[in-house]
Design a protein around this ligand. Structure first.
Ligand code: PMP
Length: 401
């Protein structure tokens, strides 16, 4: 009898299950449209040139070593990351009512933020329906008692269900935490308009909810990190206290290095030392301190104008390739006279689109065409390239005809 005899085998996580099936598939023209990781037009992962050159520079810097970083990470990193998010002219930055905490990418930043909010007595959190599949697990594991959803996706229009969203948030109990995607909503690809963001801010203010932003794709909507931060900058300009978990996995291509930042904005600078001290305890008890090299890379880029410009170019390369793939897929679908309207593919933005394909249709695409997508119909646009976009469009045509 083992201590672990009673452990139940968990349900496989859809993404990992699909990845395994894809890797084992011997079909030559198989296509992987599941994971939210950038691929080049050759279908390869991309180490950003700016990251490559910095790795070389930093490896020759004799002043650097592998000593532990402080528990809350490199301060120059977190200050630069928060500035990239909020802008140098942000009232929160000017009035010093913020802090940044370097953490284990976006996921770790969400997790320490969620644990801290639980310590503050928060019990209920809201996610969009649908949302990134990890939000629910992450917040519940951090100690939240209840997950509720606000409507977000309208399957008929394939756009945002804004009335539903407002209606649900208007019924939320005071103090509930609301997770909002800064831009490039995962999984739908649909973001609120500036007018809709103002209305969301009003309702969050009116119901006294706490906004927790998730910023995993800054730069992938417009190719410009400043415009993509519109929503959170609006909230800060309106005087909200808020959290934002930033990920540098996508916009720096640093997926497995695990670099992120938790930005905290409060209404009084005197509160910052106590907040940081409490988060120090959380981090100490969880992973002691964060990694170094990736923090140095991002800090260097954000503080050196030449490197910054190169990085902006790299971000534009990635975001414009995604835009091009959206456009080409829609054009081919239209050209084939595929039943239905495919405008949403180009109106959505970022890495993903909710295509509108049903679970049965997705299963057909996997079985007949070896095209791997999530059952929800979410397509990762990064998996498209000039060699497979026609094949994917033809498969969709056949599937929906
Ligand atoms: N938030 C969202 C919406 C995401 O899609 C992801 C990853 N795909 C993350 C957070 C976390 O990513 P990471 O931990 O790699 O930064």
């Amino acid at each position: 009898m083992s201590v672990f005899s009673e452990v139940e085998l968990g349900e496989p996580v859809e993404m990992f299950y699909l990845k395994k099936a894809y890797l084992e598939d011997k079909f030559e023209n198989k296509v992987f449209l599941s994971v939210g990781a950038y691929r080049t037009d050759e279908g390869k992962p991309w180490v950003l040139p700016v990251v490559k050159s910095l790795e070389k520079i930093l490896s020759h810097d004799e002043s650097l070593n592998k000593e532990y970083l402080p528990t809350l990470g490199l301060e120059t990193f977190s200050t630069s990351a928060t500035t990239m998010l909020l802008g140098l002219d942000s009232p929160a930055i000017i009035q010093k009512r913020y802090c940044g905490i370097q953490s284990i990418s976006g996921t770790g930043s969400l997790r320490i933020g969620a644990e801290f909010l639980v310590k503050m007595g928060k019990k209920i959190f809201y996610v969009s329906n649908p949302t990134w599949e990890n939000h629910k697990r992450l917040f519940l594991q951090a100690g939240f008692e209840e997950c509720r959803e606000y409507r977000y996706w309208n399957p008929t229009t394939r756009r945002i269900d804004f009335e539903g969203l407002i209606d649900d948030l208007d019924k939320a109990p005071q103090d509930a935490v609301v997770i909002l995607h800064v831009c490039a909503h995962n999984p739908t690809g649909v973001d609120p308009t500036p007018e809709q963001w103002s209305k969301i801010a009003n309702i969050i203010h009116k119901r006294r909810l706490f906004p927790f932003f998730d910023c995993a794709f800054q730069g992938f909507v417009t190719g410009n990190v400043i415009s993509d931060a519109y929503s959170i900058r609006l909230f800060v300009s309106l005087g909200f206290e808020l959290f934002c978990a930033q990920s540098f996995s996508k916009n720096f291509g640093l997926y497995n290095e695990r670099i992120g930042n938790l930005t905290i904005v409060v209404n009084n600078p005197d509160l910052i030392p106590a907040i940081k001290s409490q988060i120090t305890y959380i981090v100490n008890g969880m992973y002691l301190n964060p990694p170094g090299l990736c923090a140095r890379i991002v800090t260097y880029v954000l503080n050196n104008s030449t490197m910054y410009n190169q990085w902006q170019d790299n971000v534009r390369t990635m975001s414009s390739r995604l835009l091009l793939m959206r456009k080409q897929l829609k054009e081919i679908l239209d050209h084939l006279e595929t039943p239905g309207n495919w405008d949403h593919l180009v109106e959505h933005s970022g890495f993903f689109s909710y295509t509108g394909l049903t679970p049965v249709q997705v299963e057909y695409m996997v079985n007949k065409y070896h095209i791997y997508m999530l059952a929800s119909g979410r397509m990762s646009i990064a998996g498209l390239n000039s060699s497979n976009v026609y094949y994917v469009a033809k498969a969709i045509y056949d599937t929906v005809s």
